[in-house]
Write a protein that binds this ligand. Structure first.
Ligand code: HEM
Length: 410
């Protein structure tokens, strides 16, 4: 394949497996201007690591630039309200407003607060495992459901409502990250945001009247002793779902696929389920669901002799960094025994993922329960996994058909 084809990020095959392109960029163009995304790509571990930790020069206030880079000029005006709302998510904030937004959520997301959810997650997972048929698409019937049901518990909202969330979050996320799919364009993103805001404005109003033991009530409580407005609270409540649902569902599914595609690693885990934690870290390193983040330069920055200009977009390609041989031995090997797995899947610095402890706990419970119950589950040879190839940033599968082997109820 010539280099131009290799770097064609509109090609579905490249989106499905971008790792050869990332390797080429890391080796030959560590600071690369992507004409398609109208953004710089940083692909080496040391560069991504440094930029993730440098909020002074790399601003997160990115929504307008992303829209400008991806939406034709004549369609931008209709997105003004989308940009305004999404610019209030902590993900898009810098400095003091960003600190205030994290403060709102801090208490709800400490490792200790999350650990109290273990039993709830076990019950949800067991219920879902009990409903699986002998041959089942685990993306639709397990991984898409468990994170939504956990978030429903956390938010104190109805199960059926939680299962609607994926449509909203997909419409928003896939548009934001440069969709190749007309079903995930600006109109859908705007509609998704509006519906989500209306839904959660209602939930917030109810909790203000009648607080409960849930995340929304806790965030409202934290908001009382800060200068946060109702809009700030609503923005962060909605954003957690945008940030936490699709990524968790996709990461669980991708992780299982890679494990099953490496039978020795799969057997090693089955023989010793206490390896589940390092196995999850390797899943995160090997193929991260959220494979990069965007930043906007506050000033000119020079790296490896290339000057990136103030105001330009920069993509911090964590998926490429996590396969950098300068940091990881045999980076393309999937190895659940890997030591010092200092991957960047959750970012770092000011915007370090707030859902890290929740995802790790969720993954530990889901994989442990799944393998205990179905120790001989396996891929189905004539029904391969189907990849979602409509965007480069959020990696995931459309379906993962699995035969549960012994132990299946039906
Ligand atoms: C495998 C699952 C997940 C992955 C790979 C992931 C990854 C990330 C990454 C890379 C960032 C930083 C973005 C940036 O630097 O621009 C981030 C931010 C964030 N994540 Fe996650 N995340 C996951 C799950 C979750 C969950 C389950 C939640 C909550 C329920 C969550 C909540 C957040 C929040 C609130 C932020 C924004 C932090 C900030 O901007 O200060 N994430 N996530």
């Amino acid at each position: 394949m010539d280099n131009q084809a290799l770097l064609d990020f509109t090609c579905r095959e490249t989106v499905r497996d971008p790792y050869p392109a990332y390797r080429y960029l890391r080796e030959h163009h560590p600071v690369y201007w992507s004409p398609h995304f109208k953004a710089w790509f940083l692909t080496r571990y040391s560069d991504v690591f440094a930029a993730q930790g440098d909020a002074r020069r790399y601003s997160s206030n990115r929504m307008q630039q992303l829209v400008d880079a991806q939406v034709p000029e004549e369609k931008r005006a209709q997105l003004a309200s989308f940009v305004k709302l999404a610019s209030d998510w902590m993900y898009s904030q810098d400095g003091d407003p960003h600190k205030a937004s994290r403060h709102l959520l801090n208490r709800a997301f400490t490792p200790r607060a999350i650990e109290t959810l273990r039993q709830t997650i076990e019950v949800i997972t067991d219920e879902e495992l009990s409903c699986l048929e002998q041959q089942s698409d685990l993306m639709a019937n397990l991984f898409n459901r468990v994170p939504a049901l956990i978030l429903a518990k956390l938010y104190g909202i109805a199960r059926e409502d939680a299962l609607k969330l994926r449509r909203w979050t997909d419409d928003i996320l896939i548009f934001l990250v440069g969709s190749l799919d007309p079903d995930h364009g600006p109109a859908q993103a705007l509609k998704g945001v509006e519906e989500m805001y209306a839904y959660f404005a209602d939930v917030i109003a109810q909790r203000r009247q009648q607080p409960r033991d849930d995340l929304v009530s806790r965030v409202l409580e934290a908001g009382k002793d800060s200068a946060s407005s109702n809009e700030d609270v609503l923005a962060q409540i909605v954003f957690i779902l945008v940030a936490g649902y699709t990524t968790s569902a996709d990461q669980l599914c991708l992780g299982l696929l890679h494990l099953l595609e490496h039978p020795q690693q799969h057997q090693a885990l089955l023989a010793n389920l206490s390896l589940v934690k390092p196995a999850i870290e390797e899943m995160l390193r090997y193929d991260s669901a959220g494979s990069f983040s965007h930043r906007v330069l506050n000033e000119d920055v020079e790296i490896h002799g290339v000057t990136m200009k103030q105001g330009q977009l920069v993509y911090l390609m964590r998926a490429a960094a996590n396969r950098d041989p300068a940091k990881f031995e045999h980076p393309d090997h999937f190895d659940i025994h890997r030591k010092h797995n200092d991957h960047l899947a959750f970012g770092r610095g000011e915007h370090f993922c707030m859902g890290t402890a929740l995802f790790r706990l969720e993954a530990e419970v889901v994989f442990t329960s799944l393998f205990k119950r179905f120790p001989t589950l396996h891929l189905i040879t004539d029904k391969p996994a189907i990849w979602r190839t409509n965007n480069l940033q959020f990696r995931g599968l459309k379906s993962l058909p699995i035969d549960l082997g012994k132990g299946a109820a039906k």
